[in-house]
Design a protein around this ligand. Structure first.
Ligand code: IMP
Length: 435
């Protein structure tokens, strides 16, 4: 399986980083294909916690080729800080490559993100305020600044001037802000470019070569299906496409390069920011999931909204991303909750019932999960290393999900550390020798 795409099947934060980290050992390259430092991946290795925002999760393997693809938006200040932080902890970054065509988050994107949310007031999206939306907007408007522009002072200055011009009106309250001074901005970004220069590359050929040699390439998604700008709960979405098809565009390969698509889902459901969430729990069980699962954002520290597993949304993710396998993470967080509820359809106003994910936002806002109850388990499951070692009820829970979605469960996460994982037969084919 040379081309494996890993995507979030819910609203992000499903634990993609850990899965990519585990599979990366066997891969020639790990390529991030969308999003920016709105993402946060946590990896616990040998008791040490690593938090990544832009650097692909395979970086902990010395010399591993880890690509920030053209579809990613890069805040060069955040990236240099991340690189330097990792370097100080002894991480080898010689394999890091940054696409010369990736777009840059500029200081005005951050200001616009803040101002845009403030203007929306109560109707805010709840963005991470990292400038993601304004940066992708400039990319589409052909006013973006790209990584390669960092290496040419004249072009950089010209492009910044052209990009700021149409924003004068929206940026007028920041007119005296030193971050918006053209000269200072150019100098700062040139300096950042200098620090990143050794990593900047033409990245699609890295994927082509590895795929031609029949080597494993992992395409690492950020956020999740329901935050997709086309297929998610618009407008409460991010500004890129976290669905699997976007791996091709954001890394520079064709659809025939993709052999497998694994969707990552928690054993329950979470969401950060505003927008519909049909299985949200506002009572004790929701708070229990938040505490037991440590459900606070890696990037912003915000408490995550928590709810029951939503099979209507997951069935949708299976279709939209063409999932061939499911990775269920954080199964251990459900231990002790009995019975467990799983949404198999939604109920709506006036007795309406939905087996499929409603496309209409007014319907979706009023949809509520309709549940089947499954028996829970009370045994500590963190030590299980095979499905057979799980209690019957935990196995039955996984089987129910797999049958409902008609795809196999390929891996199961049962604790935060990298050892706390169950590999299925399909995943064993990729299993690192050391795992
Ligand atoms: P933005 O991507 O910062 O523009 O935020 C848009 C929406 O996506 C907000 O609801 C964010 O909370 C959400 N979001 C963005 N990145 C992530 C992520 O990595 N995990 C979970 N939610 C995210």
């Amino acid at each position: 399986m040379p081309g494996l795409v890993i995507v979030g099947a819910q609203w992000g934060d499903e634990g993609k980083g850990k899965v990519v980290d585990l599979i990366a050992e066997q891969a020639d390259a790990v390529i991030r294909f969308q999003g920016g430092n709105n993402a946060g991946h946590t990896i616990v290795r040998d008791g040490e916690t690593f938090k990544f925002h832009l650097v692909p999760s395979g970086i902990l393997y010395p010399g591993k080729t880890c690509v920030i693809g053209n579809g990613v938006v890069v805040d060069p200040r955040v990236l240099t800080e991340e690189i330097e932080g990792l370097r100080r902890r002894g991480v080898d970054l010689s394999g890091l490559r940054i696409s010369a065509n990736a777009h840059l988050i500029m200081p005005y994107h951050l200001l616009l993100d803040h101002a845009g949310e403030a203007k929306l007031g109560k109707r805010e999206i709840g963005t991470t305020k990292r400038g993601i939306g304004p940066c992708y907007a400039d990319k589409a408007a052909r006013l973006g600044i790209r990584v390669q522009d960092l290496l040419d002072e004249k072009i950089l200055k010209q492009k910044i001037a052209a990009a700021i011009e149409p924003k004068r009106q929206s940026l007028r309250e920041f007119v005296k802000d030193p971050r918006l001074d053209l000269h200072t901005m150019t100098e700062d970004y040139l300096a950042l470019g200098h620090r990143l220069e050794r990593h900047i590359a033409d990245t699609p050929p890295i994927a082509w070569k590895a795929l031609d040699d029949d080597r494993l390439v992992v395409f690492e998604g950020a956020q999740g299906t329901l935050l997709d700008i086309d297929h998610g709960t618009y407008p409460f979405v991010t500004s890129s496409n976290p669905v699997a098809g976007s791996a091709c565009v954001g890394a520079g390969v064709g659809p025939t390069a993709i052999d497998e698509v694994w969707g990552i889902t928690k054993a329950y459901c979470t969401r950060v920011g505003a927008g519909p969430f049909p299985t949200e729990l506002h009572e004790e069980t929701g708070e229990h999931l938040r505490q037991a699962g440590g459900e606070f954002g890696t990037t912003t520290g915000r408490p995550r909204r928590c709810g029951w597993l939503d099979l209507v949304a997951l069935r949708y993710a299976v279709k939209v991303s063409g999932l061939t396998g499911l990775v269920v993470t954080k199964l251990d967080v459900l231990t002790g909750i009995d019975p467990l509820c799983v949404a198999v359809r939604y109920g709506g106003p006036e007795g309406a019932s939905f087996d499929t994910f409603p496309y209409h936002q007014s319907v979706l806002h009023r949809a509520r999960g309709e549940y089947v109850e499954l028996p829970g388990w009370h045994e500590d499951i963190t030590g299980a290393r095979s499905l057979e070692e799980l209690p019957d009820n935990a196995r039955a829970y996984l089987s129910f999900v797999s049958e409902q979605l008609a795809i196999p469960v390929v891996m199961v996460g049962n604790g935060p550390s990298r050892e706390e994982i169950i590999w299925s037969e399909a995943a064993l084919a990729l299993r690192p020798a050391a795992a």
